[in-house]
Structures are given as structure tokens and as C-alpha cells.
Design a protein around this ligand. Structure first.
Ligand code: SAJ
Length: 418
């Protein structure tokens, strides 16, 4: 494929690193984001999100002249859609951003172009992208899964799914090193997309069809969710019998075929706690285990709140310090964080004076500030609190010597102070 220019839609945690990486490989990249502020920041060679080393990469990409950001899609040879796909309150996939992106690129598409969806999507959604484009551009021939051997028409475009798989905090390394799964709507689309990813991926590029690629991404995150649910359920069983779950798991994991994950305050972020719902929404009767695992993990913050209250309620005017608000260690991302849910619930239930320590953010989220949570530094929290709840294993917290705080009640939801 003669792919001289790539338009990346959505310059967030996936789109911006991908766009910058491609630009530093000499490809002309046209980044698109609906946020004018993000576009302005990127064009100044700066970043609007936090990810290790991303600032250096973006600066290099912009200064090379190969990356420029816009608020509207630009003509290119290939299009990568990396926009959010949240779930609604009722746990239904919300593909509206993907639909908007597909409709937005339709006017600038030309025969021979490639469209790749990297966003996590429901089974069948890559084919929906074809349909959304066809509605805008009846002059273009779209690939068909039902007729893969159809003769390529001169007006044909290619459409594929290549789900992103990178771990926040390690995005730049994983973007290059991870294996990628590429599923085209037809074999020609798969082949075109494989070529594109070969340009910057060192990992294997694995070809399949679009539906398999869609479910592959979903089942990876659901696998993780189910396994974390198992660990979380065990932790709740252990609490009933006064058994230390960390000791239990470390013993069980000495079995050659057992590898239990870590319990925690719940599962957060915008991937593992979200993607299993895509499977449940498509197959509500069949995806029973996946559904139940989601419920188990979602119940864990409430269990932690009850455990904190069981101790704090015995004290008069207790001061409770919540260490960490991010969804996992050493990131600044508070999206879907169980730690935020716990701090908020403790404050709303008036369990005591609630202090929160989060070294990665400047200001408390509005929802926490509104219910009276106080943001303090680590030293202040450790000094003032009667109850210290470790919610995130940020390196600043795991370095704390718990033996210095024997006179306080310590609740370690991450097993970091063992
Ligand atoms: N967690 C536990 N116990 C564990 C592991 C994780 O409680 O043993 C919790 C974390 O604290 C966090 C949540 O699970 O709240 C998710 O964290 P994570 O680090 O496991 O995963 P994410 O959400 O940051 O990234 C995942 C990755 N998927 C898999 O590992 C299968 C990543 O590769 C995906 O690209 C990403 O989702 C995504 O974008 O879908």
C-alpha cells in the first residue's frame, strides 16, 4: 500500500502516542481531536495527558514537522479511529463517538483508503463502520464480510479492526513491542491493515477476521476481570474467617498450575471494568460468568467501606486518611477509580473526617470536594489520621514504614504493607 499520510482520530491515551510514533517513523500524520484545546496544546509540542515519556515523543514528532493536529478530519491514505467507547448507565456500549468519527471521515475518503478502528467495540461494529460510511458515500465500494472474494472494485476502500492492547503507564513500550491482532472486514482489508502496523510494531501482527478481532480484545479484558473477581471474592471470604488473603494466595500460587491475581479495592479504569459489559450486552443469556465477575468486582468498594466503618465507628470523631485516588499504581488517571468511590462513600456516610492523598493530581475531583473530602499531603495524613486506608499502591505509599504507625488502625487493600 502506498500509505504516505495517516489521519488519526482521537488524540487521547491511544491516538496521541500512536500518531507521534508514526510521525517519528517519517510518516506524515494528521491528528484530529474535537477538543480545540488539545489540538492547540499538541501543535505547541506539548501534551494534555500524562504518560511516561510521551512529552518527549510528542515534542519530537511535532518538531519533525510530521505531526500536525486539527479539529476536523483531513484527507489521508489511512485513517486510525481511536476515540472513546464508554458504556451507558445501563451498561450498554456507547459507540456514538466511533459513529461520529466514521461519518466525519466519509467526505474525505477516496478509493483505496484504509480505515482502521482501534477503539474497543462490540462484536459486529467494524461492519457497522462500513455501513455508516456507505450512508454518507454511496459512491464508494465497501468491503463485505459475507462476500470476501468479491472482485476489488476501483472505488473500493478497506476497513479493519486492530484493537489497542497497551497498558497505561507503559504505553510507549507496549505500542511497539506487543503483538497485534488485525481483523479486516474482508481479507484484502486485513492485508492492508497488516502492512500499516508493520511500519511501527516489532511484535507479531496476527491476521484474522473483524468479528474475531473484536471479541479477542473484549475477551482479553474480560479474562482479567474474571480472574481479579476471583481474587476479590476470595478476599471477602477470607475476611469472614479472619484469614490473611495475601498469605493464602502466596501459598496457593506455589501450586504449579495456580496463579491467582491480586485482590484490591475494586477494578477501575476505562477498560477492564467496562469492556466485559460489551460482551454481556451482546449475549446477556450466555455471558453469565463474565456478568457475575463484573458484579463481584463492583461490590468490592462497598465491602471496603464496610470494613473501614467497622473500625472507625468505634472511635469518636475519627479522622480517616485515604491513600490514593487513582485507579491503579503510579498513574494520574481517576476514571472509574474504586478509590474515589470509597472516599466519596465514606464522606457521604459521614464516617468521619475524610482526608485524601493523591500525589498525581493538583485538585480534588469536584464530586469529592463537594462532599467535604480534604486533600492533604502524605506526611500530614499519616500524622493526623486515626485510620489509614491504603487504596492505591503508589510507590510513595508502599515506601511508608507501617511499623511507625502501630498506634493507628491500618487497612491495606492492596497488600502493599505486608
Ligand atoms: N487490578 C487488580 N488486581 C490485579 C490486577 C489489576 O485489582 O491483580 C486492578 C487495578 O488496580 C485496576 C484494574 O484492575 O484498578 C485494571 O488495571 P490493569 O493494570 O490490570 O489494566 P488496565 O485497565 O490499565 O489496562 C488493561 C490491559 N488489559 C489487559 O491486561 C488484558 C491493557 O493491556 C489494555 O490495553 C487496556 O486494559 C485497554 O485499553 O483495554
Amino acid at each position: 500500500m502506498a500509505c504516505d499520510s495517516i489521519c488519526v482520530l482521537g488524540l487521547g491515551y491511544i491516538g496521541l502516542p500512536t500518531a507521534s510514533l508514526l510521525a517519528t517513523k517519517g510518516v506524515k500524520v494528521l491528528g484530529v481531536d474535537t477538543s480545540a484545546k488539545a489540538v492547540e496544546t499538541i501543535n505547541a509540542g506539548e501534551i494534555h495527558i500524562h504518560e511516561p515519556d510521551l512529552d518527549v515523543l510528542v515534542r519530537a514528532a511535532v518538531h519533525s514537522g510530521n505531526l500536525k493536529a486539527y479539529t476536523e478530519p483531513q484527507p489521508a491514505d489511512a485513517f486510525i479511529i481511536a476515540v472513546p467507547t464508554p458504556v451507558t448507565e445501563g451498561h450498554q456500549p456507547d459507540l456514538s463517538y466511533v459513529r461520529q468519527a466514521a461519518k466525519a471521515i466519509a467526505p474525505v475518503l477516496k478509493p483505496g483508503d484504509l480505515v482502521v478502528v482501534e477503539s474497543t467495540i462490540s462484536i459486529g461494529a467494524t461492519e457497522s463502520v462500513c455501513q455508516w460510511i456507505a450512508e454518507e458515500r454511496p459512491d464508494l465500494a465497501l468491503p463485505s464480510r459475507d462476500d470476501p472474494s468479491a472482485e476489488p472494485a476501483p472505488s473500493r476502500i478497506h476497513v479493519a479492526h486492530c484493537p489497542e492492547r497497551v497498558l497505561p503507564g507503559q504505553i510507549l513500550r507496549e505500542l511497539v513491542d506487543n503483538d497485534r491482532v488485525v481483523g479486516g472486514v474482508d481479507p484484502a482489508s486485513t492485508a492492508e491493515a497488516v502492512e500499516l502496523y508493520r511500519r511501527f510494531c516489532k511484535g507479531a501482527i496476527l491476521s484474522t477476521d473483524c468479528r474475531t478481532a473484536e471479541l479477542c480484545k473484549l475477551c482479553e479484558n474480560a479474562f482479567r476481570d474474571v480472574n481479579i473477581a476471583y481474587a476479590n471474592e476470595l478476599s471477602m471470604i477470607c475476611d469472614e474467617f479472619d484469614i490473611d488473603v495475601w498469605t493464602l494466595i502466596s501459598l496457593a500460587n506455589r501450586h504449579p498450575r495456580v496463579n491467582i491475581l491480586k485482590p484490591g479495592p475494586g477494578v477501575g479504569g476505562h477498560c477492564i471494568a467496562v469492556d466485559p459489559w460489551f460482551i454481556v450486552a451482546s449475549t446477556p443469556e450466555t455471558a453469565r460468568l463474565i456478568h457475575r465477575a463484573r458484579e463481584v468486582n463492583d461490590s468490592k468498594p462497598g465491602h471496603v467501606v464496610a470494613a473501614v466503618r467497622a473500625k472507625a465507628d468505634r472511635l469518636k470523631n475519627p479522622i480517616i486518611a485515604c491513600l490514593g485516588l487513582a485507579f491503579k499504581a503510579d498513574v494520574d488517571d481517576l476514571r472509574g477509580s474504586p478509590a474515589v468511590t470509597i472516599a466519596r462513600q465514606l464522606a457521604e456516610e459521614k464516617a468521619g473526617t475524610i482526608l485524601a492523598v493523591e500525589p498525581h493530581i493538583e485538585e480534588l475531583p469536584e464530586a469529592l470536594a463537594r462532599c467535604g473530602v480534604e486533600k492533604v499531603g502524605l506526611g500530614d495524613a499519616l500524622h493526623r489520621a486515626d485510620v489509614i486506608v491504603l487504596l492505591v499502591d503508589h510507590r510513595q505509599f508502599t515506601a511508608v514504614d507501617r511499623h511507625q504507625y502501630q498506634d493507628k488502625i491500618l487497612i491495606d487493600t492492596r497488600g502493599a504493607w505486608r
